[in-house]
Design a protein around this ligand. Structure first.
Ligand code: SF4
Length: 445
C-alpha cells in the first residue's frame, strides 16, 4: 500500500489490508475481505485512509518472517492501528515481542477471530451493505482465475515443515460447499479454478470420503469425484499439491479425456529414498519414476511441475547425484529448487550431519543448471504446435497468456504477438513459434 491523500469523510469505517504469503493465505485474506464488505466496512487502498490495518502474515521460512515483521512495522508507522493474522501469528510470541503495540494477533485460517478483533477496535457500521457484496465474495486474484481451497491443515509431519503445528491436522471442506463456491466463481466470470490445499490427494481422508450433496446429487468427498464434478463447470481446472499415490492415476485418466487440465503440481522434494524418509515425506515408498512413466503413458501431454530441496541435513554427494540422475530420467516440465533453510521449530533442525550453507547453495545452483536445460528442451518440443491459451494481460502489442501447461504466478507465459483482437480473461487459439528457457512465443491462428 502506498501513501495517498486522506479520503473524504466516509459513512462507513475503512479497513486497510496487507496480504502476504502463499495462495492459501490469499484465500484466507479473501474470506476476511468478503466478511468485511458483507458487514458494511469499506476497504482502504492506503494507510492514511484506513481506520485500522489488518496484516495477513507468512511464517514459513525465516525470510518470510522478516518480511512479515517489516510489513507490520510499516503499517504501525504509517497507520498505528494494526491487527495481525496469518501463519506468523501462530509462531509463539514473536509478533508481540517485536511489535508490542499491535492491537490483536491471531493465527491462520481465523476469520472469526480477526472479525472479533476488528469489531472490538472498529465497531461495525449500522447499515450493512449486504447487497453490495457480489455472491462470489471478494477476490484478490484477477477476475478470470481463482484459487479454490478444498481443505485446511495436514496429516503429514514432514520434518522440514511447521504447517501442521500451525494449522493442525487435515480438515476437508464439505464437497457440496466446495462445488457451490466453484459454481459461483465460474458464474462470476472465472475461467480457471486452481485447486489448492496442503495435500490435495488426501482430500476427504479425514471424513472417510463421506458422501455429500451438490445440486441434489450425491458426491463423495474424494479427489477424483470432486474433480469429475468440477470438470462439468466449463472452466479450466488445475490441480496443485498432489502426491504420487496410486489413486492419482484416476485423475490423470480424466486429464487424458480432456476433462481437466493435463497438469500436476507434485512437490517431490527429493529422489533419494533415504532422504525422503528423513524428510518423512508422504508417498516416500512409492516408485516415483515408474509412476511418472505410467502417468505419461496414460496422458502423453501431461505437464508435471515440482519443487525440490537441495542440501537437506544428511544429504551426501552421492544422494545429491541421485537427485540429478532422477531429473535426467523424470524430465519434469517445471521445477523449483530451494537450498535447505532451517525453519524455526522444524524437526529437521535436530537431524545430524547438516550440510554447510555453501554446499547447499552450490547444490541448488547445480540442480537449477541441469533443470534449465531440461525445461528448455521440454518447451522446445511445443514449437510448431497449436495451443489454447488464456490471456492474463495485454502489454502494448503483446498478449501475456498461459496455456494449460502454465500455472499463474509460478510458471512461464505464452507471449502472443500481435495482441490485436485478444482480450484479457478470454481464451485464444495460438501457434507456438519459438521457445526460450521458461516462456513460449506465439502468433494467433
Ligand atoms: S505434506 Fe509435508 S510439507 Fe506439505 S504441509 Fe504437510 S507436513 Fe508440510
Amino acid at each position: 500500500m502506498g501513501k495517498a491523500v486522506r479520503a473524504a469523510p466516509a459513512p462507513a469505517p475503512q479497513v486497510g489490508f496487507v496480504s502476504l504469503g502463499c495462495p492459501k493465505a490469499t484465500v484466507d485474506s479473501e474470506h476476511i475481505l468478503t466478511r468485511l464488505r458483507a458487514e458494511g466496512y469499506r476497504i482502504s487502498g492506503t494507510y492514511d485512509g484506513a481506520d485500522l490495518v489488518v496484516v495477513n502474515t507468512c511464517g514459513f521460512i525465516d525470510s518470510a518472517v522478516a518480511e512479515s515483521l517489516d510489513a507490520i512495522g510499516e503499517a504501525l508507522a504509517e497507520n498505528g492501528r494494526v491487527i495481525v493474522t496469518g501463519c506468523l501469528g501462530a509462531k509463539g510470541d514473536i509478533v508481540r515481542e517485536t511489535h508490542p503495540e499491535v492491537l490483536a494477533v491471531t493465527g491462520p485460517h481465523a476469520t472469526d477471530a480477526v472479525m472479533d478483533a476488528i469489531h472490538a477496535h472498529l465497531p461495525k457500521p449500522h447499515d450493512p451493505f449486504f447487497d453490495l457484496v457480489p455472491p462470489q465474495g471478494i477476490r484478490l486474484t484477477p477476475r478470470h482465475y481463482a484459487y479454490l481451497k478444498i481443505s485446511e491443515g495436514c496429516n503429514h509431519r514432514c520434518t522440514f515443515c511447521i504447517i501442521p503445528s500451525m494449522r493442525g491436522d487435515l480438515v476437508s471442506r464439505p464437497v457440496g460447499d466446495v462445488l457451490r463456491e466453484a459454481e459461483r466463481l465460474v458464474a462470476s466470470g472465472v475461467r480457471e479454478l486452481l485447486v489448492i490445499s496442503q495435500d490435495t490427494s488426501a482430500y476427504g481422508v479425514d471424513v472417510k470420503y463421506r458422501t455429500g450433496f451438490w445440486n441434489g446429487r450425491p458426491v463423495k468427498t474424494r479427489m477424483t469425484e470432486l474433480v469429475q464434478q468440477l470438470a462439468t463447470l466449463g472452466a479450466w481446472v488445475r490441480l496443485h499439491y498432489v502426491y504420487p499415490y496410486p489413486h492419482v492415476d484416476e485423475v490423470v485418466a480424466l486429464m487424458a479425456d480432456g476433462k481437466v487440465l493435463p497438469y500436476l503440481d507434485v512437490p517431490f522434494q527429493h529422489a533419494s529414498p533415504r532422504i525422503l524418509r528423513r524428510m518423512k515425506r508422504p508417498a516416500n515408498a512409492e516408485n516415483t519414476l515408474a509412476r511418472i512413466r505410467a502417468w505419461r503413458d496414460l496422458c502423453p501431454d501431461l505437464t508435471i511441475r515440482s519443487t525440490f530441496i537441495a542440501g537437506f541435513p544428511g544429504e551426501t554427494e552421492a544422494e545429491f547425484d541421485e537427485l540429478l540422475a532422477f531429473l535426467d530420467e523424470a524430465k519434469l516440465d517445471r521445477v523449483g529448487c530451494f537450498a535447505y533453510s532451517p525453519v524455526e521449530g522444524a524437526a529437521a533442525n535436530a537431524l545430524d550431519d547438516p550440510v554447510s550453507e555453501e554446499i547447499r547453495e552450490d547444490r541448488r545452483r547445480r540442480f537449477m543448471e541441469k533443470q534449465q536445460a531440461i525445461s528448455a528442451e521440454r518447451l522446445a518440443r511445443r514449437v510448431g504446435r497449436d495451443a489454447h491459451v488464456l490471456v492474463d494481460a495485454i502489454d502494448g502489442n503483446v498478449a501475456i497468456a498461459r496455456s494449460g501447461a502454465d500455472a499463474p504466478e509460478i510458471d512461464g507465459h505464452v507471449l502472443v504477438t500481435p495482441a490485436r483482437g485478444l482480450k484479457v480473461g478470454e481464451f485464444a487459439r495460438v501457434r507456438i513459434t519459438s521457445a526460450d528457457t521458461y516462456d513460449l512465443h506465439a502468433v494467433p491462428v
